[in-house]
Write a protein that binds this ligand. Structure first.
Ligand code: FCB
Length: 476
């Protein structure tokens, strides 16, 4: 693969020695092999097979077939010169029914993957939960039920024992906001429930699952891994009269509902008040907040775009475009659905319809430093979907994605020069993959996947990223 100097000029922006350049994927989005080696369905298998839930009826049955092609995918990562790979473990491969028997074949797959990464000098960053809850657990109540937390802690123990001597960084959850509010409130994600009270119970149980998993991983990991969680922060702009109130409400539900308990050991009082008509939060038990509030080494930050909110007048048609996964949905905000509206934001947009706002990343990193001054940060996802066109020579020029990444890396660098302790950056995604409700229609990869042949082709953005990873200097 050519990453020759002739292709890209240096911008002069230098990232510090030791800064981690990585890329990310998630199990259901890339693995395929959905019924192999004892894996049982997750909520995403069920959801994607329910007519009308996913674009074109796409499923993760085959996805990128990474389960079989992992070795050549690791070679690709080595060719790109990645320092680290953020992947997730499919709970239904390891403990197919969520509780009870461990399937060693599932554990062995991840063990081989981790060894393969280490052999290639790539640090394994393993996420325990990127949304593929075993269906059996959902049938028993899912994240709305407290028992799921116990099951998750046991699963964490199993993985800590199996891989904790080799994993560099453990991440408990990916974007619990999506799991709780989209899964149980808005319904655009699996399991597709529309129960605002269950969404808030899920918030708490996911928070508790994080804390219990950190404890379980710490108790069982034989090495000295780092511990983290990944949150998708909402970077908010306000409009109209009451803009501040609209922003406060959404900030409470989207951001502080997680950072409060995880990083401060308490739920924000205003969150409890705003949601009082939905739930009394009696699912919080004595000792839960202490369990949730575990020290973590890095806070994972996923950032794609901003969101603009205003107080709804209750009369005019409500706008509902929150700039991320809940676009078009109506009930993602328990307690504030009838109060706040999300308004269309200024472009330009990616193929997801998400606005491109690199300054939002700088602002977010600075705000997190201000709120949690001693907490090191890691961008665990940033990237963009565009409708790529394969050139006649087979190459994939993707100038829009490359530009998106260059501008967001610049924003992150700017935050670092203002004192933000940012340790690394993972581009979403290594591969084009199953983009949840959008199926295979949206391509986020820096490597193209032809979903007919499963052939991989490094895009121009991938070559650009390889150069950044090799030099630590941002290429133009
Ligand atoms: C994030 C998810 C990730 C991917 C990107 C585009 O919300 O964590 O799996 O879908 O969005």
């Amino acid at each position: 693969m050519s990453t020759g100097n002739a292709d890209f000029r240096d911008s002069g922006l230098v990232f510090p020695e030791g800064f981690t350049f990585g890329s990310a994927t998630a199990s259901y989005q890339v693995e395929g092999a959905a019924a192999e080696d004892g894996r049982l369905p997750s909520i995403w298998d069920t959801f994607s097979k329910t007519p009308g839930k996913v674009w074109n009826g796409d499923t993760g049955d085959v996805a990128c077939d990474h389960y079989h092609r992992w070795e050549s995918d690791l070679d690709l990562m080595a060719e790109l010169g990645l320092d680290a790979y953020r992947f997730s473990i499919a709970w239904p491969r390891v403990i197919p029914t969520g509780t009870g028997a461990v399937d060693q074949r599932g554990v062995d797959f991840y063990s081989r993957l981790v060894d393969g990464l280490l052999e290639r000098g790539i640090r394994p960053v393993a996420t325990l939960y990127h949304w593929d809850l075993p269906q059996t657990l959902e049938d028993a109540g899912g994240w709305a039920a407290r028992e799921t937390v116990d099951a998750f802690a046991t699963y964490a123990e199993v993985m800590g024992r199996a891989l904790g001597n080799r994993v560099h960084t453990w991440t408990t959850l990916n974007e619990p906001w999506c799991s709780a509010y989209l899964g149980y409130g808005q319904g655009g994600h699996a399991p597709g429930r529309h129960e605002p009270a269950a969404a808030l119970a899920a918030v708490h149980h996911l928070n508790l699952a994080h804390g219990r998993a950190v404890q379980a991983l710490r108790a069982t990991s034989a090495g000295d891994p780092e511990y983290s969680v990944t949150l998708n922060f909402h970077v908010l702009r306000g409009e109209g009269e009451g803009a501040g109130e609209a922003m406060r409400r959404i900030d409470a539900l989207a951001n502080r509902a997680f950072t409060g308990p995880m990083l401060r050991g308490e739920y924000p009082a205003d969150l409890l008040e705003d949601t009082a008509s939905v739930t009394d939060w009696s699912f919080i038990r004595d000792g839960d907040l202490a369990d949730i509030h575990q020290p973590i080494d890095v806070l994972g930050v996923n950032y794609y775009s901003t969101a603009t909110v205003r107080m709804w007048d209750g009369v005019s048609p409500k706008q509902q475009n929150d700039g991320h996964k809940a676009a078009g949905g109506g009930t993602a905000w328990p307690g504030s659905n009838e109060v706040v509206e999300f308004v269309q934001q200024p472009g330009p947009y990616t193929a997801m319809g998400w606005n491109i706002a690199p300054e939002g990343l700088e602002e977010l990193l600075l705000s997190l430093r201000e709120q949690f001054p001693d907490q090191p940060l890691m961008v665990t996802e940033n990237g963009a979907a565009f409708d790529d066109v394969v050139a006649a020579d087979g190459s994939v020029p993707d100038p829009d994605r490359l530009d998106y990444l260059r501008r967001h890396f610049t924003a992150a660098h700017r935050a670092m020069t203002q004192g933000v302790d940012l340790r690394g950056y993972f581009v979403w995604s290594l591969l084009d993959n199953f983009e949840w409700g959008y199926g295979y229609a949206k391509r986020f990869g820096i490597v193209r996947v032809d979903f007919d042949t499963l052939e991989r082709t490094v895009k121009d953005s991938g070559r650009w990223y390889a150069r950044l990873a090799a030099t630590g200097i941002l290429p133009e």
